[in-house]
Design a protein around this ligand. Structure first.
Ligand code: SF4
Ligand code: SF4
Length: 356
């Protein structure tokens, strides 16, 4: 049956610290302070019952089937029209119920959480094992890691061993690469893991400003270590998250590309800081759209495989930006005038990094 819906509402699960939901993309959640599509509102690692799970999923998807959209999903860039299957299974899991980290990025959304960053959370492995036993997740399921820094998360090695190295799942791991994980490297070599390293800079000075830890050289060394096999090297995605007023300029991005060239990295990802995008309700200044389009072109011309990512996509989805030079010039001025407000955003910071 063909209709507008989303893979994550039908086949997605996202584990937060105190809630089980379908995804972590909901504009309703991120802009209006509402909730994403909820499975369990009060969740702390309990085993999941298939009947209950799929009845909740159906409640949301039935709204899509009638040609409408649940409030939780309104304006989401993930919605697409296609033939959807009726099968009951989960193929995409986001694990984001931990928050401890060994960096302290100025854009980290954990900085605004009401609780201190922690790994002291429920165990996810028994839940995943049980989903597997019930055949709710099957070979090839995607495990997307979120939260804090995965390489210091308590179940990291076991999870890689049992789900990725066994060939059951593919894991997608954002990591700051301050700590090298041999298990992760093995899974990358095995084609069962991809890593996303947000370097966000081309110099130690800018790196320190963003990450608030002096680890630029260690990170470069660890990326070299992760590149030791050909398949592992292809599993590295070097990320440039644009942080307005900090690295939103061509010179820093070109230095970043030069490092990527030296490291022989093929895959580049460009995105926008999530908190900034939300602050402007995804209606960001045209200057940044222009900037992203230009740096994407440069990156492609230099032979990188370049992708733009979620927050940029949501911003583009939200508005039309196909205007000319005058709109760009006006927007550039507006963007510069907005800088004071933006600087305030990066000052808000409740909890610092733990030295681990
Ligand atoms: S449409 Fe968007 S908000 Fe709704 S489930 Fe899909 S990703 Fe989440
Ligand atoms: S690496 Fe940065 S953005 Fe990621 S969890 Fe740590 S502090 Fe937050």
């Amino acid at each position: 049956m063909k209709y507008k819906s989303c893979n994550l509402i039908q086949h997605g699960l996202c584990f937060f610290n105190e809630m089980l939901v379908s995804c972590c993309y909901s504009p309703n959640d991120q802009v209006n302070g509402g909730f994403p599509p909820i499975i369990y509102k009060d969740y702390h690692g309990e085993l999941i019952e298939a009947d209950y799970l799929f009845s909740k999923i159906n409640q949301y998807n039935n709204i899509f089937k009638t040609g409408n959209c649940p409030n939780e999903c309104l304006n989401c860039f993930k919605i697409e029209e296609k033939d959807w299957d009726e099968e009951k299974y989960i193929n995409s899991i986001t694990i984001t119920h931990f928050s401890a980290c060994n960096a302290d990025c100025i854009y980290c959304s954990n900085n605004l959480e009401r609780d201190e960053r922690t790994n002291n959370t429920y165990d996810i492995l028994p839940v995943l094992r049980n989903l597997r036993e019930q055949n709710i997740i099957r070979q090839g399921v995607e495990l997307h890691i979120g939260g804090g820094e995965f390489t210091i998360y308590k179940e990291c090695d076991e999870l890689i061993e049992e789900f990725a190295l066994s060939g059951f799942a593919k894991i997608f791991v954002p990591t700051n690469a301050i700590r090298y994980s041999e298990k992760l490297f093995q899974a990358m070599t095995n084609n069962s893991a991809l890593i996303f390293v947000s370097l966000d800079s081309g110099s130690r000075k800018t790196y320190n400003k963003i990450k608030r830890i002096d680890a630029f050289d260690i990170v470069i060394k660890n990326i070299e270590k992760y590149s030791a096999s050909e398949s592992a090297k292809n599993a590295i995605f070097l990320k440039y998250i644009i942080i307005p007023t900090v690295n939103d300029n061509f010179s820093e991005f070109l230095k970043f590309l030069s490092i990527a060239k030296k490291l022989n990295i093929k895959n580049i990802i460009i995105d926008l800081d999530a908190r900034y995008s939300r602050l402007l309700n995804y209606n960001i200044d045209y200057y940044l759209i222009y900037f992203v389009k230009k740096i994407e072109k440069i990156s492609n011309r230099l032979g990188f495989d370049t992708q733009t990512y979620s927050f940029y996509s949501q911003c583009i989805n939200n508005s039309s930006y196909n205007t000319g030079l005058i709109k760009y010039l006006i927007s550039f001025v507006k963007y510069k005038l907005n800088n004071r407000k933006i600087n305030e955003l990066y000052k808000s910071h409740l909890y610092g990094a733990k030295k681990i």
